[in-house]
Design a protein around this ligand. Sequence first.
Ligand code: FAD
Length: 376
Amino acid sequence: MRTAVVVGGGIGGLSAAIGLRRAGWRVTVFERAPRVTGIGAGITLWPNALRALEVLGLDLTPLTVPQSTGRLRDHRGRWLTRVDGAEFERVLGRPILGIARAQLIDLLREEVPAADLHAGVTVTGVTADGRVRWDGGELHADLVVAADGIHSGVRADLWPDHPGAVYTGQTAFRALLDNSGRSGLSGILGPGTEVGMVPLTGDRLYWYLACHAPEGRRHADPLGYLRGRFHDLPDPLPALLDATPPDRLLHHDLFALRTPLPTYLRGRVALLGDAAHAMTPYLGQGGCQAIEDAVVLAAAIAGHERVEDALAHYDRERRPRSQAIARRSDQAGRFGTRLTNPLAVAARNAVFRLAPASLSVRAATAAAHWTPPPIG
Ligand SMILES: Cc1cc2nc3c(=O)[nH]c(=O)nc-3n(C[C@H](O)[C@H](O)[C@H](O)COP(=O)(O)OP(=O)(O)OC[C@H]3O[C@@H](n4cnc5c(N)ncnc54)[C@H](O)[C@@H]3O)c2cc1C
C-alpha cells in the first residue's frame, strides 16, 4: 500500500487524510498541538465545501440552521442590503452552513483512525523526496501533504525565496455565544470595520469583528476596548459584547499570502490549504478552499498511476482557482472592511443600497459554484 504523511491536523490536513484513505492509501497525520481540535469560534462553509465534504463521506445537512432573511447595515444602523440565506440556498442548491470549528474538526477527526493520527508531534523537516523528520524519528513516504497552515514551516524550508504570509493591517475578534435567540446571517459594515453574525445549531451564534489595528496589539480588557472603540456602532453589537463571556473572546491578527506561489509542488511534497494560499477571510472561503484542495488531491491520486502525474494534475487544477479566490477575497476586503475614507465609504454604501439584491447575491456566491470530482 502506498503511503502519505500529512503535516497538520487542521481542516485541510484532516480532509486530505480522509480523501487519501478513500483513494486506498495508508495515511499518517502529524499535528503539533497536544490535541486535534478546532480553535476560532465558528466558520461558514459554502456549498462548494459542502459538496466536497459529501465526496469525503460527510453529510453536514443535519447541522444546517435555516437562515431567515438578515440585514447588512451601515455604521449608523441604516439598511444597506438584504442578506437572504434562503435566496443563497436557492441559487446554490445548498445552504450556507455556520458551524462551530470544534464541531467541524471533531467530525473530520472521527473519520481518521486514531492510530494514524499523532497529536503532539512537531514535524521539523521535510525533503522533496518524501522524507519527514520530527522530534522523535523519521520516515519516508510516497507523498507528503504540507497542510501546516498560514505560517507553514514546510513552505519556508522548500520555498525559501517566497516572502511568506504578511500582515493585512487588520485584526479579528471572534466569539461563540449560547442561547442567542437570533436567526439569519447579518452584519454591519462601518468605516474600516465589519461585524458579522452567523446562527449555528443549538441556538448558538458565531460573531466576528474585523478592524484596522497595528500588528500584535493586544488589550488587557479586550471587551472593554471593543466597547470603547465601537461605542457608536449600532445594535446588535453592544448586546453581543455584553453577552460575550471574556474567556470566549478570541483575538487574532489577519495574515495572508500576498505573493502567489508559482507552484504548490516540490517533488513529492504538495502544499494544501492555508500553507498554499492563505487568504483574507472576507469571502469565508479559506477553509472551503482547503477542503476543495483535499478532494481534488485525493481524486488525482486515485486517478493516476504515477504520483508525479497526480500532483501535476492537482497543481494545475488548484492553483488558478484558489489564487483567484484569494485575489477576490482581497478585493472584497478593499471594497468592504478595509475602506476607511468617508467619501469612499458613502459611495460604497450608496452602491449597496441601489444595487438590486440579486447582484449582491451573485457577487457573494460566485466562488461557491464548484463541483468536486469523485474519488476513484
Ligand atoms: C477570522 C477568520 C475567519 C475565517 N472565517 C472563515 C470562514 O468563515 N470560512 C472559511 O472557509 N474559512 C474561514 N477562515 C479561514 C480558515 O480558518 C482557514 O483557511 C483554515 O482554517 C485553513 O485550514 P488549514 O488546515 O489549511 O490550516 P490550519 O487550520 O492553520 O491547520 C494547520 C495545522 O497544522 C499544524 N502544524 C503547523 N506546523 C506544524 C508542524 N511543524 N508539525 C505538525 N503540525 C503542524 C497546526 O498546529 C494546525 O493545526 C477564517 C480565518 C480567519 C482568521
